[in-house]
Design a protein around this ligand. Structure first.
Ligand code: GTR
Length: 424
């Protein structure tokens, strides 16, 4: 009996055809479908109507700053608490500070380095956060940046004395490019940073290991619709760092600045809205659910972020996935909560996922509230060109070249803006 084997050249031929005409097109189709999920076409952004930051829920036009502060601002704050970021659980935790390491001789003698453990206890549990603080020497009252880091304190610098953060999985000096420590110190500013994992793991299903058990919350089942999750917790952590900093007599209480990048940029805006001790708030490439308008269909969207990162926002936020236009507020109103304090929003040209134009439009809209304080707004300004600084009154914006990142250019811009507006 003859074996009916496929001749070798026919066999290779058919494999080749299978790949070329079936597998490859299928692969290209899937990749294209995935890329299509995000819109990057300005013509397809769609028409949207923003909620008016200057009209109260009862329909009154806000014309005076008193009305803004007493009525409209609290209304907006509550809308964000109830629908997007949530609230911190209401319970007292005990706090204590311990200086773990200190040197008067950091950065070749220019700076004081202090590493402080902040311990929290409640409900029979304890959590610790480790703060790395650099302060310029010889400055009697220095302004201070509070800025959480992504990878652990020891990744921010090549200073060998910096202690690794407890949950860091990255090597020393792994992300120094994001931290212009020398520039900050040379400018007479202090900087405090901590690993955001110390407060809340940036993962789902880790609730029991975050700070929440201190507040009696150990599982997702205990979360209310408006209980805050990661972003609210990180913001809470930033405020606890500020509590500590304000115990130091060489820190200027009138010039505290919060800065965050990306998800931590969302955190910085939210923290700045909640904690009015921050005199300046910086959103570096914060994008969707940060500075960018939610109603613009460009780059990352609310349904997309809620699907990828359900542990960032309160549960209620999910209910807007089908219809973002039903959100009772939009992100320009988050920025407006910072008024009349300084706010700076920065974008990056290649960071289309974060919707740079949406970030600018949001700040422009928010700047209207600054007019109540007699401050200049972005009225009539068009989207600036790349590399241009658009600074009006207490609002600053730039879009730089490059990708989603924090660069020395960004730091330089923030420091210059702060020096001009908060004083040397
Ligand atoms: C992305 C996320 C963005 C942004 C970013 C980051 O994956 O979609 O919203 O927050 O992460 O934090 O780097």
């Amino acid at each position: 009996m003859k074996k009916s084997l496929l001749p070798f050249h026919l066999f290779t031929f058919s494999i080749f055809h299978l790949f070329t005409f079936l597998i490859l097109p299928l692969f290209i189709f899937c990749a294209a479908a995935q890329a299509q999920e995000a819109n990057y076409d300005e013509n397809k952004v769609g028409v949207y109507t923003l909620p008016d930051a200057m009209t109260t829920l009862s329909g009154q036009k806000v014309a005076k700053k008193k009305q803004w502060e007493k009525v409209r601002r609290p209304e907006i704050l509550k809308l964000f608490q109830d629908n997007e970021y949530g609230v911190m659980p209401d319970a007292k935790v005990k706090t204590s500070y311990r200086v773990v390491e200190e040197s008067e001789d950091a950065m070749n003698g220019k700076a004081i380095r202090r590493q402080v453990e902040i311990a929290f206890s409640g409900n029979g549990q304890e959590r610790k956060m480790l703060v790395l603080l650099y302060m310029p020497k010889g400055v009697k009252k220095c302004p201070v940046f509070v800025s959480p880091n992504f990878q652990g304190n020891a990744t921010t610098t090549d200073d060998p004395a910096v202690i690794e953060s407890q949950y860091s999985t990255f090597g020393r000096a792994h992300q120094t490019s994001r931290w212009s420590f020398e520039r900050i110190i040379d400018s007479g500013y202090a900087i405090a940073t901590f690993h955001y994992f110390d407060i809340y793991f940036d993962k789902d299903d880790k609730l029991a290991e975050t700070i929440y058990p201190l507040f009696g919350i150990n599982s997702k089942a205990q979360l209310q619709e408006n209980t805050g999750k990661a972003i609210t917790a990180w913001a809470w952590g930033c405020s606890r760092v500020l509590d500590y900093l304000f115990t130091l007599k060489n820190i200027d209480k009138k010039r505290a600045i919060i800065l965050g990048h990306s998800r931590l940029g969302k955190t910085a805006l939210w923290c700045g809205a909640l904690d009015q001790r921050f005199a300046m708030v910086i959103s570096n490439n914060s994008g969707c659910s940060g500075a960018a308008l939610s109603r613009r269909n460009y780059g990352e969207t609310v349904p997309r972020i809620n699907t990828s990162f359900p542990w960032w926002f309160c549960n209620k936020y999910q209910s807007y996935n089908q219809d973002v236009s039903s959100l009772p507020m939009d992100q320009h109103e988050l920025i407006a909560l910072i008024a009349p304090r300084l706010v700076y929003v920065a974008s990056a040209q290649e960071d289309r996922w974060a919707d740079p134009r949406g970030e600018f439009l949001s700040l422009q809209e928010a700047s209207k509230v600054y007019a109540l304080y007699g401050l200049e707004t972005f009225e009539g300004c068009s989207f600036p060109s790349v590399g241009e600084h658009l600074w009006r009154g207490n609002c600053g914006y730039h879009i730089r070249t490059g990708v989603h990142d924090v660069t020395d250019y960004d730091w330089q811009s923030y420091i210059e803006f702060a020096k001009e507006r908060l004083g040397e």
